[in-house]
Design a protein around this ligand. Structure first.
Ligand code: FES
Ligand SMILES: [Fe+2]
Length: 417
C-alpha cells in the first residue's frame, strides 16, 4: 500500500537521490537526444580502446563515434605514446583511413598514414610529412598548419579514453574521480584473449544501459541460464562524481537444492579451476572491491559515466576463468543503440583451456541475449506515450543516480513528476 512501506536500504542511505518516479522524457525525446550529443558525448571522457589493441608503433585503430559525428584514429607512435586524431584529412576532408566497420584496425607502414585521395602523408604525431606537388599550393600555404586535428587522449589501467571537447574541462584521472583508484591494480593487461559481440537495438541508449544497471531482473530474465542463482545481493554501492559502482554477491536461498553442473559445464569448470594461471584468485581483486574477500563475490557492477562498464569478475556465473567483461552503449539515434560487449581471458595455453574459454564465452553470451531481449519492447512501450514516469524499487537506485547526473550535465531541472 502506497505510503506505508518502510523507507530503508539505499533510499535512506542516499536520500538526495529521492524516491520519486523518473520521467520518461529523457529517454524518448528527440530534442533532448540532440542536446545529449553536445552536452554529454562531446564533453566527457569516453572509452575508445585498450592498449593491447595497439601493440606496436604504427598500429592504429579507427573508432567511429557517430553520436559526436566523427571518427577517431588512435595510433601508437615510435615513442610508444598513443595519440588520437579526427579521421579527417585536413586537405579536403577525406577519411584518412577508410573505415571497414565501427572499429577498423591496421598498421601504418614506417609510421606513416597516407590519405588515398591526393596522397598527403602524416606521421603518428599527426604532422604532415609530405604534400605531393607542394610547389603548386599558394605562397601562404604552410603544411605545418595542416596536420591531423588532435583529439585529447589518455590511458588509465590500459583503457584508452578520448575527449572530443577541444578544451576538456578535466583531465582523465580527475574525471574518473574515485573510480580511478577503486578499479586500479587489477590484471586487465593479462586479458589477452578477448571476444567482442556487437548488436544494434531499436532503443534509446539509456534503456540498454539501465537494463544492465540493476539486479532486480536476475531472477526472472536469467531464470533459465543461471538456475543456481537463488538470490543476488546488490551491495557496496558507491558514487564517485558522475560515476557509480556496486558489488554483486551470490547467495543461495537457505535449503535450496543446488544441482550438479551438467557434465560439459563441469568439465569447463574443472579445466579452468585446475589451471593455476586461469583460476580466479580473490587476492588479485583491487583492495576496495569485495574488501572482506567474501567467497560469494560475483562481479563488480559499475557505470563509468556516461556509457561504459567494467565488470571485474569472479567467473562465478558458470564462465570460469574470465578476468573481466565490459559493456558500452553507443547512441546512434534517439531510438538506436550500438551495444558492444567484450570478455577478456588469459590466452589459452592448451587445447583444454581453449575449449573451456570458447564454451564459457558462449554461456556468457546466452545470458546477455536474455538481457538484451527486453530492450526494444521496453523502448516501444515508453515511446507509445502511455506512461509518463517509471516507479523504481530500492535496488534500481543506480538508475536514479544516472538520471540525476544526466540532468546535471544537460543543465536541466530534474522533472520530479
Ligand atoms: S583529401 Fe586527403 S589528400 Fe586530399
Ligand atoms: Fe542481466
Amino acid at each position: 500500500m502506497a505510503g506505508t512501506r518502510d523507507v530503508s536500504g539505499w533510499r535512506s542511505r542516499f536520500p538526495e537521490l529521492g524516491v520519486e518516479p523518473l520521467s520518461i522524457e529523457p529517454i524518448v525525446s528527440g530534442d533532448l537526444f540532440e542536446l545529449e550529443r553536445e552536452r554529454i558525448f562531446k564533453r566527457v571522457w569516453l572509452k575508445a580502446g585498450r592498449v593491447e589493441e595497439l601493440p606496436e608503433p604504427g598500429c592504429f585503430k579507427v573508432k567511429r563515434v557517430d553520436v559526436a559525428g566523427t571518427s577517431v584514429i588512435l595510433i601508437r607512435g615510435k615513442d610508444g605514446t598513443i595519440r588520437a586524431f579526427h579521421n579527417v584529412c585536413p586537405h579536403r576532408g577525406n577519411r584518412v583511413i577508410p573505415e571497414t566497420d565501427n572499429e577498423t584496425f591496421g598498421k601504418a607502414r614506417a609510421d606513416y598514414l597516407t590519405c588515398r585521395f591526393h596522397g598527403w602523408v602524416f606521421d603518428s604525431t599527426g604532422a604532415v610529412r609530405n604534400v605531393p606537388s607542394l610547389e603548386k599550393f599558394p605562397p601562404w600555404f604552410d603544411q605545418c598548419d595542416y596536420g591531423l586535428k588532435p583529439v585529447s587522449c589518455d590511458v588509465w589501467e590500459g583503457f584508452v579514453f578520448i575527449n572530443l571537447d577541444p578544451e576538456p574541462r578535466q583531465g582523465l584521472i580527475d574525471y574518473l574521480d574515485g573510480m580511478a583508484s577503486h578499479f586500479a591494480g587489477y590484471p586487465y593487461h593479462e586479458g589477452t584473449a578477448h571476444y567482442r559481440y556487437t548488436a544494434e537495438f531499436n532503443c534509446n541508449w539509456k534503456v540498454a544501459l539501465n537494463a544492465f544497471t540493476e539486479a532486480y531482473h536476475v531472477e526472472t530474465i536469467h531464470a533459465n541460464t543461471l538456475p543456481w542463482y537463488a538470490k543476488i545481493d546488490h551491495e557496496d554501492l558507491k558514487f564517485f562524481g558522475p560515476h557509480r559502482t556496486s558489488t554483486l554477491y551470490m547467495r543461495l536461498v537457505e535449503g535450496a537444492k543446488v544441482a550438479e553442473p551438467a557434465p560439459i559445464d563441469g568439465l569447463a569448470l574443472r579445466i579452468m579451476q585446475n589451471s593455476p594461471r586461469q583460476r580466479f584468485v580473490m587476492d588479485k581483486l583491487p583492495a576496495d572491491i569485495n574488501p572482506d574477500r567474501r567467497g560469494n563475490f560475483l562481479f563488480e557492477l559499475p557505470t563509468f559515466f556516461p556509457n561504459f562498464m567494467i565488470h571485474v569478475y569472479s567467473g562465478g556465473g558458470g564462465d570460469p576463468g574470465m578476468l573481466y567483461f565490459t559493456h558500452q552503449f553507443w547512441p546512434l539515434a534517439v531510438d538506436k543503440t550500438l551495444w558492444e560487449t567484450t570478455r577478456y581471458w588469459r590466452t589459452a595455453a592448451n587445447a583444454s583451456e581453449y575449449f573451456a574459454i570458447a564454451y564459457a564465452n558462449a554461456i556468457h553470451r546466452n545470458a546477455h541475449l536474455e538481457d538484451t531481449a527486453t530492450m526494444e519492447d521496453t523502448f516501444a512501450g515508453l515511446q507509445s506515450g502511455v506512461l509518463e514516469h517509471m516507479p523504481l524499487m530500492d535496488d534500481e537506485v543506480m538508475l536514479r543516480h544516472q538520471d540525476q547526473v544526466w540532468h546535471e550535465y544537460m543543465g536541466l531541472e530534474k522533472n520530479r513528476t
